[in-house]
Design a protein around this ligand. Structure first.
Ligand SMILES: Nc1ncnc2c1ncn2[C@@H]1O[C@H](COP(=O)(O)OP(=O)(O)O)[C@@H](O)[C@H]1O
Ligand SMILES: CC(C)(COP(=O)(O)O)[C@@H](O)C(=O)NCCC(=O)O
Ligand SMILES: [K+]
Length: 246
C-alpha cells in the first residue's frame, strides 16, 4: 500500500526540475537544473513511486525512468491526452501540447467550482489555457520575462539589460529599466488580455496562476485569482490519487 509521503511528483520544466512529496505539496519544492542532479538526489528520499511530467527532450524522462526502474521504484510519466477527468483537449494533435499545460488544467479543474476558468503558468514561457464546460478552448504561448528580455537584447544593437525583475510598473529612465519595465508591462498585458477574453464569454470564471515567476502577476487587478504553489505537481497528484489511492 503506497503512502503519500513516498510518492514523488516531478515537474520537469525548461529551466528547472521541481520535485515534492505528495504529502508536502504546500511546501516549496526541491529544485534542480539538470536531470542528473535530480536523479542523484533521489536515493536519499526513499520514495516508492515517481510521477513525472516533462517538457524537455524525451531523453530526459527516459533517463529518469530508467533510473527509477533500476532502483525498483514505480515510475509513471504522464503525457497530454485527448480526454482526462472529464476535460476534452482542443488540440487535434494532443502529442504536440506541452504536458505542463495539460497538468495545469487538471490542477485548476480540481481547485475551482466554476464551469469556466483559465490557467496561467508563468515560467520560461507564459502559457494561458481556457476551459469552459469541460471543453479546453485552446490557449496562448508567450515568452516569459527572461526569454522576452533576452530575445529583445539579442535582436538589437544598442539595447541592453540587467538582472532585475521589477515588481511594480513604472516608467523606466535608463535602457536597463526601460527593458525590465517593458517586459513587465508586456507580461501583465497577457493577464489583462486573458481577462478580456473571458469577459467576452459572459460567464463567471476563475483564474488560476502558477509558475516560478507568478509574482509578475501580483498586481492589483489580479486580486481574486487563485495562486498555486506548483500547477504541474498538483496535476500529477490527481493522477497519482486515481492510480494509487482511489
Ligand atoms: N531556485 C531558482 N533558480 C532559478 N530560477 C528560479 C528559482 N526560483 C524561482 N526562479 C524563477 O522561476 C522561473 C522559472 O519558473 P518555472 O515555473 O520553474 O519555469 P519552467 O517550468 O519553465 O522551468 C525563473 O525564470 C526564475 O525567475
Ligand atoms: C510552452 C512550454 C514551453 C511551456 O513550458 P515551460 O515554460 O513551463 O518550461 C511547454 O508547454 C511546451 O513545450 N509546449 C509545447 C508546445 C505546445 O504546448 O503547443
Ligand atoms: K510555463
Amino acid at each position: 500500500m503506497a503512502s503519500e509521503k513516498n510518492v514523488l511528483l516531478v515537474d520537469v520544466g525548461n529551466t528547472l526540475i521541481k520535485a515534492c512529496r505528495m504529502s508536502e505539496m504546500d511546501k516549496e519544492p526541491a529544485v534542480h537544473t539538470t536531470h542528473r542532479a535530480f536523479v542523484a538526489s533521489l536515493e536519499a528520499l526513499k520514495v516508492t513511486h515517481v510521477y513525472l511530467g516533462s517538457v524537455r527532450d524525451d531523453a530526459v524522462a527516459n533517463y529518469i525512468g530508467a533510473h527509477c526502474e533500476q532502483a525498483g521504484l514505480g515510475f509513471k510519466e504522464i503525457v497530454t491526452e485527448k480526454e482526462t477527468f472529464g476535460i476534452t483537449n482542443a488540440y487535434a494533435n494532443v502529442d504536440t501540447m506541452g504536458v505542463d499545460r495539460w497538468l495545469g488544467i487538471m490542477a485548476a479543474q480540481g481547485m475551482t467550482k466554476k464551469d469556466s476558468f483559465c490557467v496561467m503558468d508563468v515560467g520560461t514561457a507564459i502559457t494561458v489555457d481556457f476551459v469552459s464546460k469541460g471543453q479546453h478552448l485552446g490557449g496562448w504561448i508567450a515568452p516569459g520575462f527572461h526569454s522576452m528580455r533576452t530575445g529583445l537584447i539579442e535582436s538589437t544593437k544598442k539595447v541592453f539589460g540587467d538582472d532585475t525583475m521589477p515588481d511594480t510598473l513604472t516608467a523606466g529612465n535608463t535602457t536597463q529599466s526601460g527593458v525590465a519595465q517593458g517586459c513587465l508591462a508586456a507580461t501583465q498585458g497577457i493577464y489583462r488580455s486573458a481577462i478580456a477574453y473571458l469577459n467576452s464569454k459572459q460567464t463567471p470564471f476563475d483564474v488560476i496562476i502558477g509558475g516560478g515567476d507568478k509574482k509578475l502577476f501580483a498586481f492589483p487587478e489580479s486580486n481574486g485569482s487563485i495562486p498555486v504553489a506548483n500547477l504541474v505537481v498538483q496535476g500529477l497528484a490527481r493522477y497519482a490519487k486515481r492510480d494509487l489511492f482511489a
